[in-house]
Design a protein around this ligand. Structure first.
Ligand code: SF4
Length: 399
């Protein structure tokens, strides 16, 4: 087993000319997160791999895209082929191979529901409509799957999942989501609504004066208001974001990072100097104004219990004694690592994360593999060791 060293922290990034609408909401007020989320994977490879939820989302998008393109192909056959392709890709990625059997990451009923939803949407796809250009030299069509849209003034560029032309000047923009779309009030999350409105505004730049309908489809169709007032408010927000972003070119990561509520689930937090410096303080004193902290912890290994599937006790960076149970044998953690530094990103909390008075705290007890059906597996856990990754004692803190 070769251990993975923690990559060096980000020093500089290249700011692109436009940003990704799908990253607007999750990036919040952190410009570093928005910059990196807007770069192509080939331009920035150092990201934490996402879990099965994202893989199911990719599968869904591929099936729908092909269903809209391949005339006469059976949705079942497309689903089968794309599922096999996804499994093959995941199996070849050592960070994700443990969930290559994608269907088994959900209950049978849950998987049947997702599959039925995808097949129902795929069966309804009409004949293909090219989004790439008009052979007659007229305005470029704006209907089809993965339709590229951009706005130079708003500094936005991205692909809408599906645009349908319902009448000569009536369009529907549809975004498919496999994760949670509603907030605690039962309304579509603000960040998702902003993403859809960004697509709507970009579409209006291509088709001024058109009627645009925005739909989030998570198995149910949820319409996002896009009247004059909603457009104006969205434009204000997007202009504000664009103005706050630096000019295209090199920028220092520390000047762009804003550690806080956007750090939850951020795929570059393991290499973000601001997060690595701030998080241990948050573990000791849960920060006001942050709803959720990522279930991460790092420190020095004090004990490794068991063999194969092991439990680890560590002294974390906030000097707390912390326990991480049920670590998968794929990490190759053994008692030889006692005294070494170790980093965990993407654990599951074991037990409650709130005190009796309802206040949140960062747990001292985590797990990867569940003990029973009530616990969730930490599918997207990443473990890093100190630079060489070689077992070798460093100072073990007392206590
Ligand atoms: S970890 Fe936090 S501060 Fe760092 S890039 Fe992500 S959101 Fe920004």
């Amino acid at each position: 087993m070769s251990f993975i060293p923690l990559p060096p922290p980000i020093a500089e990034v290249t700011v692109p000319d436009c940003f990704s609408p799908s990253a607007l909401g999750s990036s919040g007020d952190c410009r570093l997160r928005l910059v990196i989320a807007s770069l192509r994977r080939s331009e920035w490879t150092e990201r934490l791999a996402s879990g099965p939820e994202a893989a199911v989302g990719t599968l869904l998008h591929r099936v729908l895209e092909r269903a809209g393109r391949d005339v006469g192909a059976s949705p079942d056959e497309i689903f089968r082929q794309e599922y096999e392709r996804a499994v093959d890709e995941i199996r070849r990625d050592p960070r994700r191979a443990h969930f290559a059997d994608l269907a088994s990451t959900r209950s049978m009923a849950g998987w049947s529901r997702v599959k039925a939803w995808v097949l129902a949407r795929a069966s309804r796809e009409g004949p293909p409509t090219s989004a790439r250009g008009s052979p007659s030299g007229g305005p470029r069509p704006v209907a089809g799957a993965e339709v590229g849209l951009e706005s130079i003034t708003l500094r936005l560029r991205g692909n809408a999942d599906r645009v349908r032309q319902l009448a000569s000047r009536v369009f529907e923009v549809r975004d498919f989501k496999t994760g949670a779309t509603l907030d605690e009030r039962g309304e579509v999350k603000e960040e998702i609504a902003l993403q859809l409105r960004a697509y709507g505004l970009m579409l209006l730049e291509r088709r001024p004066g058109a009627d645009v309908r925005l739909v989030v489809d998570d198995g149910e169709e949820r319409e996002i208001p896009f009247d004059t007032e909603a457009r104006r408010a969205a434009k204000d927000v997007l202009r504000r974001i664009a103005r706050a972003m630096p000019r295209p070119g090199l920028a220092r990561a520390e000047e762009l990072a804003t550690p806080g509520k956007s750090c939850w689930g951020c795929p570059i937090r393991h290499v973000c100097p601001a997060y690595l410096a701030s998080a241990p303080g948050w573990w000791k004193q849960y920060p006001a104004g942050i709803e959720r902290l990522s279930n991460d912890v790092w420190g020095t290994v004090l004990e490794v219990l068991g063999e194969g599937r092991v439990d680890v006790v560590l002294r974390d960076e906030a000097r707390r004694r912390v326990r991480v149970d049920g670590l998968d044998p794929r990490h190759g953690i053994t008692s030889r690592l006692v005294g070494n530094r170790i980093w965990f990103f993407g654990l599951e909390a074991t037990g409650t994360t709130r005190g009796f008075d309802g206040t949140r705290f960062h747990p001292r007890s985590f797990h990867e593999l569940p003990r029973d059906r009530l616990e969730r597996r930490a599918w997207a856990l990443h473990v890093f060791l100190n630079a060489e990754g070689s077992p070798g004692r460093t100072d073990v803190p007392a206590g």
